[in-house]
Structure formats: structure tokens, C-alpha cells
Design a protein around this ligand. Sequence first.
Ligand code: HEM
Length: 267
Amino acid sequence: MPLPSDPATVEVGAQLPPHFQNETPILARFSSSTGLPDLPDNNPNGNPRGLAIRFVLAESPRRLHTDIITHSTPFFPAKDGPDALAFFKALADGSISDHLATYPSAKEFVEAPKPFPVSFARETFYGVNAFKLIAADGTVTFIRYRFVPRRGAAHVDGDQVEGLAAGYLYEQIQEVLPLGPTFDLVAQIAEEGDVTDNCTVQWPESRKVVTLGTISLDRVREDNDAEQKRVIFDPVPRVQGVESSDDPLIDVRAALYLISGRERRAA
Ligand code: HEM
């Protein structure tokens, strides 16, 4: 949900097994909901926040990368393209209360707490859609990604929100770099029978969670402004052994992000 508004693009390194190198260069973008470029960080509409990470696997002879795009709630209001369109239309034309009465998952998303993080580095980010990991012997495991802050998640108390500065998130993350290991990339593992084609259905928190790697945030890119305009994150995995699940939202997102990103490049 979060759209790239006034984001910080940072270069990071990570340690990941097996087809990744031990230290894979990464590009990360933090973002805020709405996509409005001038939205102040202390505006509640900016929650949930986003974290998109690109694993840069090769630069030549051609660019090869795979991305993970997450936001700071495990909820999403719609299970597929038509439901998502109905939700966004209802938001735009003021009929959202009628929509929420008909779509329990949209109500759940809207009512889920979306507190302000004390910083981007103290937020948990959820991949929401399910993906498929395929082992060398063909074994399939369905997972949902999360970025878990190594210093723990921390949110601003309700009575402290008024004191938040307009630039408290993006300015702070740039000031505190390099941060070193900041997030664990983890996979929540589905069990037999867990729903994999509908991201509005949560898996129980009792599901096994496996750490895949560590994300280190190093520095803001020198070409930050140009890169912000250029980069288009891709919800579809582009590496052997990782595939989309049968969740229909993944392809819808991929198509839309391309349109949106190309318009941004052309603007
Ligand atoms: C059909 C459902 C969805 C629609 C219509 C939609 C729409 C969009 C659009 C148009 C963008 C801007 C892309 C760009 O300009 O590069 C975007 C970015 C984003 N979306 Fe979604 N989205 C959907 C589902 C989701 C879900 C399920 C998540 C949960 C993780 C999510 C998280 C994000 C994040 C974090 C970004 C910013 C990524 C970046 O830094 O480029 N979206 N979305």
C-alpha cells in the first residue's frame, strides 16, 4: 500500500544462503502510504510505512535482481484485483463505509492499529503475499516474508504523536547511517492447509519462522534523487527457486507498479 513518497534509497549489504552470494548488494527504499510526495512524516495517513528491498545479483552482461516489497502491517484490504479496485474506488468516492460493511477484510485492514514507528529501523515489515520456495529436490514450501528489526519494534505512544517533527522518519534514517545489521529477513512457514492464494487470510502466529539473512543499512546513494525516479520494484520473484504462489494479487501488483513507475520516470 505505501507509495514512494519522499523516500530514502539506501545501499545495504546482506548475508543470504544459498544461490545468493554471502554478501549481496542491496538497494532499499523506505516509503509512506498515499504516495503524496509532500506528505509530512507525522501525518497518520503515511501509516503503514513501506520497505522495498532489491537484491542486486548481477550488473552485467545484463541486470539481474529480485525484490521483496513489504509494509508495516500484515493486513491488506483486498484479496484480488477487482476487490482492490472496489476498495480504492470506495475511498475515492466517499462510499467507504458501505464497502467496509460488505468486505470484512477491508474492515479488518482499516481497523488494524497502524501506529507511528519511532524510526524506520524499529518497525516490522510484512510481505503479505505468499511465495513458493522450491528446493533442489523439488520440495515446495510456502512462505510469507518479514523484515524484523534487530533492535525490536518500537512505536510512538499516542500522547507523543503531536510532538513528532514533519521530517522525523526520513531525516533520522539518513542521519543514523551506517547502521550495520538492522533487520532480519525471516520467512513465516505455511503448514498443510494454510491459505496461500488469499493475502487477507492471516496464518497463525504459532507458525514456524525461519531467519534467512541479515540486512545492513550502509549509506544513502549519491544519486538518490535520480534513483528514486528510476527504480521500479517488482513484486514477482526473479530468481531460481523462488516463485509466486497462486495469490492473484502478485501479478496485479507487478502490472500496476510498472505503469506507475514508468509514469514517474516520464514525469
Ligand atoms: C492490488 C493491490 C495493490 C495495488 C493497486 C497497489 C498499488 C501500488 C502502486 C501503484 C505503487 C507504486 C509503484 C511505483 O510507482 O513504483 C505501490 C507501491 C507499493 N506498494 Fe502496493 N499495491 C497493492 C498491493 C500491495 C500490497 C499487498 C502491499 C504489501 C506489502 C503493498 C506495498 C507497497 C509498497 C511497500 C510500495 C512501495 C514500493 C517502492 O518503494 O517502490 N502493495 N503499490
